[in-house]
Design a protein around this ligand. Structure first.
Ligand SMILES: CC(C)(COP(=O)(O)OP(=O)(O)OC[C@H]1O[C@@H](n2cnc3c(N)ncnc32)[C@H](O)[C@@H]1OP(=O)(O)O)[C@@H](O)C(=O)NCCC(=O)NCCS
Length: 178
């Protein structure tokens, strides 16, 4: 095991800001730079989330085992209405990309989704320009379910958005993303 995923805490602030406000991260996702005070409040709220939280982003810090360094995050938004589907995402410090850490973190997140939260389906959505995220979905065995035209305001304009889907190994055959 080269990484673990764990709940975040206050001491993650600088590592969090390092990737959260990275230019590549801002270029590829519909997010704005975050100030340190807002980031600290966000991490505090995340560290206090209940184990069965839903209808909110549940963030896990990705920590490298060899030096306990936080190198990114993986997270999931679980729909409260059915508690059967979740939308996953990830962000890595660019200095630690290209080593398979994000893939390993995403697999641990899928284990959390399917085995701890007992979800039936997991989706992941990203700009069609986000080639590294698309390759990550493919490595996870997710299938491209649909493409929404001009659906996401990202950096330089409106991008098409791909939605990938993965069913739980235990899911019924009728399981599909909304
Ligand atoms: C999306 C993102 C997390 C992917 O990062 P990544 O480094 O490509 O993913 P991994 O850590 O799994 O590394 C996989 C890459 O490392 C390579 N690699 C090297 N050693 C490896 C190993 N031991 N095991 C697996 N892969 C390895 C793989 O070949 C792959 O490269 P490739 O895609 O060129 O084939 C990263 O690009 C990122 O943070 N982007 C900005 C945030 C973002 O867009 N988030 C998604 C919003 S939906």
């Amino acid at each position: 095991m080269t990484i673990i995923i764990r709940r975040p805490h206050a001491a993650d602030l600088q590592a969090f800001l390092d990737y959260r406000n990275d230019a590549e991260n801002l270029r590829l996702q519909p997010i704005q730079p975050m100030q340190a005070a807002d980031a600290a409040a966000f991490l505090l709220a995340q560290s206090n989330l209940a184990d069965d939280a839903d209808n909110c982003w549940i963030m896990f810090a990705v920590e490298r085992s060899e030096d306990q360094r936080m190198i990114g995050e993986a997270g999931i938004y679980i729909e409260a209405a059915t508690k059967q589907t979740g939308d996953i995402g990830w962000s890595m410090n660019q200095a630690f990309c290209g080593h398979g850490y994000a893939t390993e973190a995403a697999k641990l997140l899928l284990d959390y989704a399917f085995n701890e939260r007992k979800l039936q389906c997991v989706t992941a959505s990203m700009s069609a320009h986000n080639l590294r995220s698309i390759r990550l979905c493919e490595r996870l065995g997710m299938r491209l379910e649909k493409t929404m035209r001009h659906a996401q305001p990202v950096g330089d304009g409106w991008h098409d958005v791909h939605q990938f889907v993965l069913e739980s190994p235990a899911a019924s055959p009728s399981c599909s993303a909304s």
